[in-house]
Design a protein around this ligand. Sequence first.
Ligand SMILES: [Zn+2]
Length: 94
Amino acid sequence: MSIMIALKCRRCASVNLQRHGHTASGQQKYHCTDCHFYGTLATKDAEREAQRQLVEQLHLERSSQRAIARITGMSRCTIMQILKKKSFNRSQRR
Ligand SMILES: [Zn+2]
């Protein structure tokens, strides 16, 4: 069984994707056969979002910024930015 996350077109959320070469930085590019979108999927964004959620969760558990930095391996600057953004934008993005 595959544990890979299903790839979805970031424009129309279709799963009918074909591989379509790589970017200069080596990211996989895709072609959506439904809406004819070409490009990378927002995998970096998804990664960042997952990290952001981890930071917020650790913050909720009253971990210090230093502890969060240690656990996530992120710099304290990054964590401060994430937590600052959170206070600006309390509603969850979807
Ligand atoms: Zn599409």
